[in-house]
Ligand binder design. Structure first.
Ligand code: NAD
Length: 358
């Protein structure tokens, strides 16, 4: 029996509430599909920062490197600036482990109401591939004359041919694997950003030549936002820079019902280091501690992790159970209009996993 070694970082806020739920689903399907999961929990995050001045230990990447995957909750604490929490934990892992492809599916599940009029379950099913290691989040910049009227702030986006080409190629390969609409939509802003984004467009056109079986489309990010509302059913795979991908995926989570349903995989496709799987949402301080956080995004992120590890049957068990619970509509958290709790939704998914297994 193979056993996967998974590092679990629940992090902050609702991260600590949804991760036990997602881990319970993981354990349940592992037992049914006949493999082991050995979990090690790391208490890193904002409490760690407040106690020790660091979000995670200095040697954290060395500690994480031997694991098969990292399962992550959320970071963010109102007592600490967001750039400190993000740059102290998530971004160093994404960059340090070369997790260059951030894959975020957007699916409108049957039983879930989209805020878009007339869209029903099954109508929306696309994936956003976000560049995850450079671009606007490269942390290159500086400032002058702080707290004076002359204060200057500069931040430089960085686009390399290597980084741009590989993530676009990943998106084309994904469109082939999905084999649905066989369409890749590139999202930029090259009318205003004539260097970096026009460069991205050129690389996109060049890579597309290697994929004559895949249709292509290029949109400006403002138009893409409009089209995600007007015609979300037309998309298949979207590929965008770090910042644009980040923004588009909150929008895609909203049109498919809730951030509480949106999973995310930060992939090192070459598998030279562990990949990281997490819900798209953050630590949600507004609902943290109330026991009403939707655990389904984290569970679906767990399914993406199992799929990446090659455990497709177990991944399918989680997804099928989540679909079943949503379609049934009896255990639903408030973000989806219900009065359920993290606990009741978790129990419903766990029961469904057993029921589906016969
Ligand atoms: N990957 C991450 O860890 C990540 C991502 C985004 C934001 N953050 C951090 O999280 C903190 C809060 O940020 P925010 O409020 O902009 O974004 P958020 O995703 O935490 O919350 C946005 C809204 O969605 C709701 N929501 C989110 N997840 C939910 C869930 N599972 N169930 C029910 N409702 C849910 C919240 O209650 C809130 O109203 C900030 O510190 C931010 O930096 C972290």
């Amino acid at each position: 029996m193979s056993t996967y070694h998974i590092a679990v970082i629940a992090g902050d806020g609702i991260g600590r509430e949804i991760m036990p739920a997602a881990v319970a689903a993981l354990d349940a399907v592992a037992a049914l599909s006949g493999f082991g999961v050995a979990l090690e929990h790391f208490p890193w995050g904002s409490e760690h920062y407040l106690e020790r001045g660091r979000m995670m230990p200095e040697d954290a990447l060395d500690v994480l490197r031997p694991f098969d995957a990292i399962f992550f909750g959320a970071v963010g604490d109102p007592r600490i600036q967001d750039n400190v929490t993000l740059n102290g934990l998530l971004l160093p892992i994404r960059r340090g482990f070369d997790q260059y492809a951030c894959v975020r599916p957007a699916v409108l599940y049957p039983g879930v109401r989209s805020p878009l009029v007339g869209r029903k379950g099954g109508d929306i099913d696309f994936v956003v591939v976000r560049e995850n290691t450079e671009g606007e989040y490269a942390q290159i910049g500086g400032g002058l004359y702080p707290d004076t009227p002359q204060e200057v702030a500069m931040q430089t986006a960085t686009f390399t041919r290597y980084g741009t080409e590989r993530v676009i190629r990943f998106a084309f390969d994904l469109a082939r694997r999905r084999s649905r609409k066989r369409l890749v939509t590139s999202v930029t802003k090259s009318n205003a950003q004539g260097y970096s984004m026009a460069f991205w467009d050129r690389v996109f056109t060049a890579v597309a030549r290697d994929y004559p079986d895949i249709r292509t489309e290029s949109l400006l990010v403002d138009a893409a936002c409009m089209d995600l509302v007007r015609r979300p059913n037309d998309f298949d795979v979207m590929v965008a820079s770090n910042l644009f991908g980040d923004i588009l995926t909150d929008l895609s989570a909203a049109i498919t019902g809730s951030l509480g349903l949106a999973p995310s995989a930060n992939l090192n496709p070459a598998r030279t280091a562990p990949s990281l799987f997490e819900p798209v949402h953050g630590s949600a301080p507004d609902i943290a501690g109330k026991g009403i956080a939707n655990p389904l995004a984290a569970m679906l992120a767990g399914a993406m992790m199992l799929d990446f590890l090659g455990e497709k049957e177990a991944a399918g068990r989680v997804e099928q159970a989540v679909r079943g619970v949503l379609a049934e509509g009896t255990a639903v958290t408030p973000d989806l209009g219900g009065s359920g709790t993290t606990r009741s939704v978790t129990d419903a998914v766990l029961a469904r996993i057993q029921r589906d297994a016969g």
